[in-house]
Each structure stands twice: as C-alpha cells, then as structure tokens.
Design a protein around this ligand. Sequence first.
Ligand code: ADP
Ligand code: MG
Length: 252
Amino acid sequence: MENTILKIVNLSAGFGKNWVLKNINLEIEKNKVIAIMGPSGCGKSTLIRCINRMHEITSGAILEGRIYLDGKDIFLMPPVAVRRKIGMVFQRPNPFPTMSIYDNVIAGYILNGIKLKREERDRIVEETLKKAYLWEEVKDVLYKRGVFLSGGQQQRLCIARALAMDPEILLLDEPTSSLDPKATSMIEELIIKLKKTVTVVLVTHNRAQAARVSDYTAFLYLGEIIEFDKTSRMFTAPKDKRTEEYLTGKFG
Ligand SMILES: Nc1ncnc2c1ncn2[C@@H]1O[C@H](COP(=O)(O)OP(=O)(O)O)[C@@H](O)[C@H]1O
Ligand SMILES: [Mg+2]
C-alpha cells in the first residue's frame, strides 16, 4: 500500500500461556479511520495496547511479531517515543483529577518534563481544544478541574490531551461506551474530522458506529482477523460467513 502508516506483521500476543491474538497481519493507511470491531473478549484492547507498547508492561504479557510505524520497527524505538507518536484514549474518560482543564491538555508535556514558554503553552491549549471541539465550551473555565465537566466533555478533553502531543496515530478504545447518544454522536463527528490530521484506530463493539465513522473495518473474532475491508464493502457484502453472522447480530 502506498500510504501505509502502520504495518502489523505476524503479531501474536497474550497472557501467561494463553495466546489471545493469533498471527495478526494488518496494514493501515494514513489519514483514515480504521475500526477494529468484534465481540467482547475477542482481543480488541489487547491489539491496540500492543500498538502503543502498553501490552508488554502488563504482568505475564507475551508477544511475538513486528509492528512498523512509517517503516520503523516500534520495538526498536524507546517506548516513550512510540507513545508520543501513537496516542491513546480509553473507554472511561480519565482526566487527571487534580489538574485543571488547561493542565490536562498539556499533561503530556508536564509529565515528560518538557518545558514550554507561556505563550507556546497557551497556543497549544487553545489550538488543541479547538481541534477537539471543546474550546467554546471551556474557554472561560480553563482553570477549573477537568473532572467537573460532563462525561462527553471529559472524553473530548482526553482526546485533546492525546492530540496535544501531535501524534501520528490516535488509538480510541471504545471511547463512547460510557456516554449518552448525544455525547456519542459529537465524538463520532469529531473522529471523522480528526482524520485530516491524524490516523484513527477506533475499537468498537458497536457495529453501527463502525459503519458510521470508519473507512476500513477489521473484524476480529477469537483473536484472529477474520476479514479486513473497506467498511462500505464489508457491511454490504461480507466475504466470510462469520462476519455476516456478526453483522446481522447472530452473536456478540
Ligand atoms: N491482564 C490480563 N491478564 C490475563 N488475561 C487478560 C488480561 N487482559 C485481558 N485478558 C484476556 O484477554 C482476552 C481479550 O481481552 P481484551 O483484549 O480486553 O478483549 P476486548 O477488548 O475485545 O473485549 C480476554 O479473554 C481477557 O479475559
Ligand atoms: Mg476492550
């Protein structure tokens, strides 16, 4: 593929003696939204935690295979550098509870001891909150704590915190599963707009969500990629019987 940003080659991963992911091969194109879809427990979170090198810090973690970011083996890069280029947002919004909205946005810089001039910090906070469609709602309360925001606003704050580091890839692990429909559709709109500047890998067990926001979908089942295709094609003409059964709600 010409515009490949991330290439996963023969990746297997698990815990103890249990291989959760079995020989995953996946090539992800730049500036697209890729949905990783599949029933609960199939290995979606494990897969994206491999991509930003978080899986390997879990106790008992086992891992084989290679992952390339822009052609470079991520396992030969310092983990901190990988996580700067590949940001992640989790299922439950988790702004740092003692930090203001402002500090949450630049938390990556604070925690990494990266010093910024006042004007530069202000600029990053404003630009990033605008990118995350949160600026208008919080610009007058930047010094209030992030945890006072609504769930949907907190999740957009967490997206802003990841975007502030200017990542190449944004990993979203079921980012709307704790949100109401209105907050969910705001995040979905945001995801679609974000792909102009970042490649988004969206984990979801919500088929309708994958159909609404993604360009490509990987259907993961029992730790294997059963099918990977353009989302429009997979949802209209799945090639594998298991994909079809999943899409028509026969399981999961
Ligand atoms: N820290 C862990 N230790 C042992 N097993 C785990 C751990 N985390 C996840 N698992 C197991 O790995 C499998 C895949 O989990 P996960 O990747 O979280 O699935 P999904 O995100 O698709 O729901 C599940 O069977 C789960 O129980
Ligand atoms: Mg999960």
